[in-house]
Design a protein around this ligand. Sequence first.
Ligand SMILES: [Zn+2]
Length: 405
Amino acid sequence: MSFQFDHRSLADEMEIFFLNEEIGAGLPVWLPNGVAIRDSLEAFIRRQENKYGYQRVVSPHLGKASLYERSGHLRAFEANMYPPLKGIDDSNDYYLKPMNCPHHHKIFSALPRSYRQLPLRLAEYGQVYRFENSGSLKGLSRVRGLCQNDAHIYLDPKDAKAEILSVLELHEHCYQQIGLKGYRYRLSKSDPDRPNDFDGAVQNWQQCEQILRECLMEKNLSYVEAIGEAAFYGPKIDVQIKMSHGVEESISSVQLDFNSGEKFDLHFVSDSGAAKSPWIIHRAPLGSHERFVALLLEYFDGVLPGWLAPIQLYLLPIGDDAVKYANDIAHRLVERNIRVHVDQNAGSLSKRILFAHRLRPFSKLVIGEKEISSGKFILQCRQGDKSLEMSQIEEFLAANVLVPG
Ligand SMILES: [Zn+2]
């Protein structure tokens, strides 16, 4: 697969999102076609995560300075955070959250926890804000506001390897279902020459790096090792893919965090009855909606798999009777969760077809008098033209656009 296309021009044609000076740099606003993709991705990953035992949570978009002092973000990540909101209370500034982790740690400690509940997998499509340099902002791929397919898994350290293997399996399953290929793995480690940038004892770093290495080897995944690319709280496995501009970027990462449990004073009652601090896995197979949709648009040149296509059936009625007929079909298919658009444009059919092409629907149907009287329709779709009756069109679409993979 080559990556020659820029998601920004594709997204303009397909009406996915826009940016607006008055709203603010790097803050994309999603249009209905973009939200259709987001919603499909969310529904898909929820089903997968449910199977793997995740529970869903919701946390606010901001937090106090003391929260980010404790997490270490104000020390290690402040340059990437929006400036503080002042004057809300006397003792603390507030920050827009740059990551969901500290909030999730608070959810862990909000209730008593026992080893029987672990691994505890808390998932949220969480909105975060990062103050990226204005020069680096780019469409959806580099933004200041993003919504992450986030989750934090709290576990007994002895279960880390088994859970990392399960998380890697979830990643592979997702990419296979979506149709992504050609990604590779990177084991991102600390840098012993920069101890101040990486929290915790050297032997803990080595132990966690070795666990990640063993997981990659056990699953027979080819990978490279990179010194100094770890998160400040632990090593990680990055999933890398080459983007349109030729640069390799991370789609997602699986981080093994042995620091935050102690920093946040998190405890669970272990099987021996003693209080123990959990390790935490941070993971986001679908990254953020912003970056992932940019990647999908470029990867598929806008021709998304049927279940992700913002418009799954584009109806082109010719004449007033056909408009009514098309609206009736649309109504029926929408009830079956199929995304239908009825074209109401004036002008020649060839112009209307050309306009439809920009939106890259999964399938198109021209409806005129002949089609209505005969009950036979030519469905133009990615799998070639098909001559079908209306009831067969419904069946065909249901089979091809509702299920991933
Ligand atoms: Zn996290």
